[in-house]
Design a protein around this ligand. Structure first.
Ligand code: MG
Length: 314
């Protein structure tokens, strides 16, 4: 599937909207002027003037309107070339795999880890689609952006469900080790997907020192090591990490929705008092045995929820 990006004047974009008026989609994509779908091409025009053509007819459709911009270097750099710690210069503009995780601090729900590959020529496009630090985005935005980028960039999602999480946690594995194994596996999966192409860098949103990370992976059959870098706040260093974070949060939100459906009420995120109340409600309606498939049992919230139930029953 080809992706083509054109930079067009707004009057041209209006002309396009008219041309494709029978194909316009009723779809709210952040920052877009319109989105249209022909039988073999998805066209999304943005307020900035960028127009994205996706699908088998992308070349044919794009040729009606202009010539593709050839390189990303004509665009202003994402994060200039400031080096940070041990990171290579200009890493923000490289073709890179980024990885990040969600759910480690949430009592309810799984840990989701995503590694995503962003080619340098797609960096401006992802920016256009609204990809940035997911902490600045609410759930609705996360969902809207994730639905678009999941078809544009290669990625791998690892979901450590609650049952399995509790099993390995009780066997003595630390959360740090679980995360290391999941990140490594997601990265290997993406390397496999994009092979023989290789990323110029692999950037992991840092959760432990590099030495500890590799220590955790000692027993793994394969370990991604080449061009692997670690940084805290890596979402701001390469859009691949920001994209990974958005996709991981999207998967987490979907999982929480699924849990909410089977609980029969809205499951809250986080680890505050609201999750104690929700877990108590869950125990009251479905019994205590349901907990391992909903929560991370070793959190202090488990005892608090049980205390709430006992208080109500006495
Ligand atoms: Mg992180």
């Amino acid at each position: 599937m080809g992706n083509i990006v054109l930079n067009l004047e707004m009057n041209k974009i209006m002309e396009m909207r008219n041309f494709y008026k029978k194909n316009i989609l009723d779809k709210n994509i952040p920052g877009s002027v319109f989105a249209a779908k022909t039988p073999a091409c998805m066209i999304t025009a943005y307020k900035s003037g960028k127009v994205l053509f996706q699908g088998n007819d992308s070349e044919k459709e794009a040729n009606r309107w202009g010539r593709a911009s050839t390189s990303a270097t004509s665009n202003k750099p994402a994060s200039s070339s400031k080096a940070k710690g041990n990171l290579p210069n200009g890493i923000g503009l490289m073709s890179a795999i980024g990885s990040d995780e969600v759910g480690t601090g949430d009592f309810f729900g799984p840990i989701t880890v995503v590694a995503a590959y962003v080619r340098k020529e797609n960096i401006p496009l992802l920016k256009e689609l609204g990809v940035r630090d997911s902490k600045d985005l609410n759930d609705d935005k996360i969902i809207a952006i994730a639905k678009v980028i999941k078809d544009i960039i290669p990625f791998s999602l690892m979901t450590l469900k609650n049952e399995k999480y509790n099993q390995v946690q009780q066997s003595g594995m630390s959360q740090g080790k679980m995360k290391a194994i999941l990140h490594n596996q997601a990265i290997l999966n993406v390397l496999d997907k994009i092979s023989p192409e290789k990323p110029e860098a692999i950037l992991i949103d840092q959760f432990v020192q590099a030495s500890t990370y590799y220590q955790h992976l000692k027993s793994q059959k394969a370990i991604a090591k080449e061009n692997v870098y670690f940084s805290t706040k890596a979402e701001g260093i390469h859009l691949a990490v920001a994209a990974a974070s958005i996709l991981a949060r999207y998967a987490f939100i979907q999982y929480i929705d699924k849990l909410s459906d089977s609980a029969g009420f809205k499951i809250p995120k986080g680890a505050g008092a609201q999750v104690d109340v929700a877990a108590a409600k869950l125990i009251m309606s479905k019994g205590r045995d349901i907990l391992p498939s909903f929560v991370k049992l070793h959190f202090a919230n488990t005892d608090k929820a049980i205390a709430l139930v006992n208080k109500k029953r006495n």
